[in-house]
Design a protein around this ligand. Structure first.
Ligand code: ARG
Length: 659
């Protein structure tokens, strides 16, 4: 049930006599948060009055006269400059709740037309452990895929693994120079991760040594910019010039600060190596590690038998490592077609682009020049190597032929937006203009200091450790003896552990999904795993309360299938407010699809859980004034439970019946 759409249809009819194309005006319906303004509000009278030159309030009352909303609403009220406030009839609300209770989809319509949507998400570069940066794509992509599938779309999920890039050059190099074959056989996942970290540290050390040397010169330049800006500020006469000078001064100072902090972090990296005699010896013994790693990667790509054999040996272990995390997070994919899958298609892709006259030679490299961009898209480097972009073009072609999708969503970090802009531009040139392609971009996970979340030594924080921390915190917050004591019958260890897992994992996912994907957010376990505020634990607790009430009433959820037709109305405003929220379920789901933003569903859940808490505080179910009131309230409890459970499951989050 999508009430704004139902209203729009009726408004479109009413507006026909005022304007040729009523649809943009008819769709101006929004839900309200204050019952004073009704449950929904139509805002079309103001903009339409401008277009047709009428007084907006008068126009609003003319529209209301033509509207046929009797089945749904009380007579509309006109407010302020011409808002039309719509208040749902209690009889309509009750009937709708009753219909929701008997429908396994809770009246969520199946999308029409149904679209075939590929969701490319998670897609980590394997061969290194998953870190905090991988949460976002994994969790956002999974929530979008689940929601679109529930809306009735044909969803295909694909994990575009980075299983063919430099990271393999790194572990191959590591294995050849530092590896212990026995260890790798016995304990492959840990050993490969150790080799990756070691070689990566040597590379970072080399880079840091090189970069840090350039900093003093850059710093001197930046400092003289500051001095110049200070002088300019003193000399500035009028306010406009002053403002300008202040701006340049601030930006020059910022540059100095950022160089200083960059120098600090580089020095830390260098010190970490130099403080460790063994590591330092290794660093000195491998001065060309960066280049050597690239060579190993090139050899792999050219089919060198030793490197192919190592890659074939390592890859399954790398996959085991990430699958362990996917299992923990209950994430799965229809396909896992990694970059290596497309390897043999790259050469033909480049040839095809050349044949179409889209790609040409530029200083030895093959490039696609695009009018909208300054820099071309390089599809083959001078040394013959193909790039990330080449693979993505091959992937597009494959997806088009194999799946023929209507939409392809790439759930990838915002920092790759230029790559995707170019990719989509190329796609339009090779006959894919009918496929809707969206870079579902997202921001960074920050530490509480507002900087990207890193460990002390400057590496990104491992995902597995983070999940463990969240589960431990959940155990303290939710399963502490004082809280648990009150639960009857008592929870055994297994149940307690189950609760800690569900709440801990839910906390990480929910916190991520609760922010609009494009904003950065600060990672704070304290806030994430709390029973108050916009957290999964708060919503999961609301769910557990609904189940507790059903248990006490001795009623199975599946037995609540309707509202007694004899019930004529609500007895408390909190009942009605909760009912209105429950009716908005489909609106939240559709909003997730519109902006590819799961936070719309999170916001909805939080609003619903809050309305449920108010209801719980004010409306007794088991000790209600009459049997009729008890049965209405029990129906609200059951439906709230179902909608919370379903919504959380669309976000990839579980519930427990008691907590
Ligand atoms: N492996 C890439 C990375 O970690 C992300 C891949 C995203 N998907 C794609 N089709 N490019 O940056």
């Amino acid at each position: 049930m999508h009430l704004p759409n139902q209203f729009s249809v009726r408004f479109a009819e009413a507006l026909q006599s005022f304007v040729d194309d009523p649809s943009p005006f008819a769709s101006m319906i929004r839900s309200t948060n204050d019952p004073k303004f009704g449950d929904y509000q139509a805002n079309c009278a103001m903009p339409l009055s401008k277009e047709i030159g009428k007084n907006p309030r008068e126009l609003a009352s003319e529209i209301v006269e033509k509207l046929d909303l009797d089945a749904l609403c009380e007579p509309p009220e006109i407010a302020g400059p011409g808002f039309i406030n719509l208040r749902l009839k209690d009889s309509f609300l009750l009937q709708s709740l009753s219909d929701m209770l008997s429908d396994p989809r809770c009246l969520v319509a199946l999308a029409e037309p149904k679209r075939k949507v590929i969701v490319d998400f998670s897609s980590p570069n394997v061969a290194k452990p998953m870190h905090v940066g991988h949460i976002r794509s994994t969790v956002i992509g999974d929530a979008i895929a689940r929601t679109l599938a529930f809306l009735g779309h044909d969803v295909i999920t694909d994990n575009h693994l980075g299983d063919w890039g430099t990271q393999f050059g790194i572990i191959i190099y590591g294995y050849k120079h530092f590896g212990d074959a026995d260890q790798v056989d016995k304990n492959p996942v840990t050993e490969l991760a150790t080799l990756y970290r070691l070689v990566n540290q040597l590379i970072e050390y080399r880079k840091a040594k090189r970069t840090v040397e350039q900093i003093p010169t850059q710093l001197t330049e930046a400092e003289s910019e500051v001095a110049a800006a200070e002088q300019a500020l003193q000399a500035a006469g009028d306010p406009k010039a002053k403002k300008q000078a202040k701006k340049s001064l601030a930006s020059a100072k910022k540059k100095v600060e950022s160089l200083q902090s960059q120098a600090n972090s580089l020095r830390q990296k260098i010190e970490a190596v130099e403080a460790d005699a063994e590591l330092l010896a290794q660093a000195e013994a491998h001065p060309n590690v960066e280049n050597a790693v690239l060579q190993e990667t090139v050899k792999l790509h050219q089919g060198d038998s030793e490197n192919i054999a190592l890659w074939t040996k390592f890859l399954p272990h790398c996959k085991d490592e990430i699958n362990r995390i996917y299992n923990r997070l209950n994430i799965s994919f229809d396909h896992t077609l990694g970059e290596s899958f497309y390897h043999s298609m790259l050469e033909p892709v480049v040839e095809d682009l050349e044949k179409r006259g889209l790609a040409r030679d530029s200083e030895g490299a093959v490039c696609v020049f695009l009018d909208e961009f300054d820099a071309p898209m390089i599809v083959r480097k001078k040394d013959g190597a193909f790039l990330y972009a080449t693979t993505d073009i091959a992937t597009l072609k494959y997806r088009l032929e194999e799946f023929n999708p209507d939409e392809i969503l790439y759930v990838v970090d915002s920092r790759q937006s230029e790559h995707f802009d170019k990719l989509f531009a190329v796609a339009r040139k090779i006959g894919m203009e009918n496929v809707k392609m969206v870079h579902v971009n997202f921001g960074t996970v920050l530490g509480e200091n507002g900087k990207p979340l890193k460990t002390r030594s400057g590496t990104l924080i491992g995902l597995e450790g983070l999940l463990d921390d969240a589960v431990n915190r959940a155990r303290e917050v939710v399963c502490n003896p004082e809280r648990i004591e009150k639960i009857d019958p008592p929870m055994d260890d297994a149940e307690r552990e189950q609760v800690a897992q569900v709440v801990g994992h839910g906390a990480i996912k929910y916190a991520d999904l609760s922010h609009h994907r494009t904003s950065d957010y600060s990672f704070s376990l304290d806030k994430m795993v709390a029973l108050e505020g916009n957290t999964s634990a708060y919503v999961q607790y609301a769910y557990a309360r609904t189940q507790g009430i059903l248990r006490k009433a001795g009623v199975a959820d599946s037995d609540v299938t309707s509202i007694d037709a004899a019930i004529a109305g609500f007895t408390h405003p909190a009942e009605r407010a909760l009912a209105v929220k429950l009716l908005r379920f489909e609106e939240a789901l559709v909003a997730v699809h519109q902006d590819y933003a799961p936070n719309a569903l999170v916001d909805y859940l939080y609003e619903t859980a809050k309305a449920y808490a108010v209801f719980n505080d004010n409306c007794h179910v088991l000790k209600a004034e009459s049997e009729a009131i008890a049965s209405l309230r029990l129906a609200l409890v059951a439906l709230t439970g179902r909608i919370i459970r379903r919504s959380l499951s669309l976000l990839g989050i579980d519930v427990v019946a008691r907590m």
